[in-house]
Design a protein around this ligand. Structure first.
Ligand code: NAP
Ligand code: G4F
Length: 344
């Protein structure tokens, strides 16, 4: 029988990759979208799956809406990807972020509980829960120390997912995913800001990319690899929590250097007191400048994941390395800028 999946947050980066993945596996895919004043299905269109998924209206703020959608669509698996996912915004909108990223998850879990414990449930947890990490690399036993309202809200929903598994026998998994990127990444995130910025510099449409903390380190993987891990977790007989990461970490500074190489620029750095700039070693032109307004009130400085449990139990391994990821993102943005196509 055809399996049915409901993906919340289908209009986001991971929603597009997961839709493609599940459709290829033969799933009927329902995608939950919240009401917005303009159409935001661009990623699904670019992925070529918009006509193959069935969109349903659902907002994580509204439990009656969640109940009706789950009862009507009767999914076998729910992938909860919906969230206010931008850490910087969470400092300005902590209550909204807590409601959607925290309580919103309990709204889904309560609905599943009231339906007798099915469907299976996947929660999009995050390495941001490690925050001021107590050890490196981080694994499933590393203590959490979130540094943002986003991280705190996600930690609440992580533990709710564990609690509903243990209390009510729900097949509920929490995927603790480290940063994953792609050409479909939102423009506010640092990797895409850099990849688009480099493409614009190459095409004479921009001079400088303004960034915040250049020394923050992230374990960056490819979103296409990470959605496979979500699915693998849901296929296990016993639900559990898994770290998904590449096991390599790089600074924002290094990401910018690698992205510049793709457009043929070698960056050198010039520090004068508190101000710093990155410039082209041939022309001397500044291409990176530091703008403290992008700094966060409390930073997650270093993330590095140990995904050995997922490798052993799920057979999951990332296929795309750091250099290929950076190249893929810059090259796609170069194509878009040349065609005058820049969206989301
Ligand atoms: P994304 O591109 O920002 O997508 C977020 C999705 O959530 C969008 O479809 C958005 O809809 C939807 N959404 C926001 N508020 C909602 C609400 N109130 N009701 C219903 N839907 C709502 O995020 P992503 O990168 O794909 O990440 C997917 C999930 O994984 C998120 O939960 C994120 O926190 C988590 N995560 C991401 C990473 C990563 O590195 N990408 C790592 C760990 C965990 P609109 O299109 O209408 O805005
Ligand atoms: O790209 P970012 O905004 O991603 P961040 O904060 O790590 O969050 C992402 O990954 C999490 C997983 O750990 C997800 F849960 C979350 O939903 C999201 O997908 O920032 C990465 C780093 C930060 O340290 C930030 O301070 O880059 C630093 N940074 C430096 N300059 C910047 C900038 N970040 C942004 N967004 N913009 C800058 O100009």
């Amino acid at each position: 029988m055809t399996k049915k999946a409901l993906i919340t947050g289908i209009t986001g980066q991971d929603g597009a990759y997961l839709s493609e993945f599940l459709l290829k596996k033969g799933y009927k895919v329902y995608g939950a979208v919240r009401r917005t004043s303009s159409i935001n299905t661009a990623r699904l269109s670019e992925m070529g799956v918009l006509d193959d998924v069935e969109l349903v209206s659902m907002d994580l703020a509204e439990i009656t809406n969640i109940q009706r959608v789950i009862e009507k669509t009767e999914p076998d698996e729910i992938y909860n990807l919906a969230a206010q996912s931008f850490v910087h915004t969470s400092y300005e909108q902590p209550i909204y972020t807590s409601d959607i990223d925290g309580i919103g998850v309990t709204r889904i879990l309560e609905t599943i509980r009231n339906l007798g414990g099915t469907p299976k449930f996947y929660q999009a947890s995050t390495s941001e829960m490690f925050g001021k990490a107590k050890e490196s690399p981080q694994n499933e036993d590393t203590p959490f120390y979130p540094r943002s309202p986003y991280g705190v809200a996600k930690l609440y929903s992580h533990w709710m997912t564990v609690n509903y598994r243990e209390s009510w026998g729900i097949h509920a998994c929490s995927g603790i995913l480290f940063n994953h990127e792609s050409p479909l990444r939102g423009l506010e995130f640092v990797t895409r800001k850099i990849s688009l910025g480099m493409a614009e510099i190459k095409n004479g449409k921009k001079d400088v990319i303004n960034l915040g903390n250049l020394n923050a380190e992230r374990d960056w993987g490819f979103a296409g690899d990470y959605v496979e891990a979500m699915w693998l977790m849901m296929q296990q007989e016993k639900s559990d929590d898994y770290i998904i990461a590449t096991g390599q970490t790089h600074s924002v500074r290094f990401f910018a250097e690698q992205a510049a190489k793709v457009i043929g620029i070698d960056i050198e750095w010039d520090i004068d007191g508190l101000s710093e700039r990155g410039f082209c070693n041939k022309t001397g032109k500044t291409i990176i400048s530091v703008d403290s307004s992008f700094n966060r009130p409390a930073e997650t400085e270093h993330l590095l994941g140990d995904a050995s449990k997922a490798q052993k139990e799920l057979g999951w391994n990332p296929s795309c390395d750091f250099e290929s990821l950076v190249t893929m993102m810059v090259e796609r943005d170069l194509e878009r800028v040349k065609k005058g196509l820049v969206w989301f």
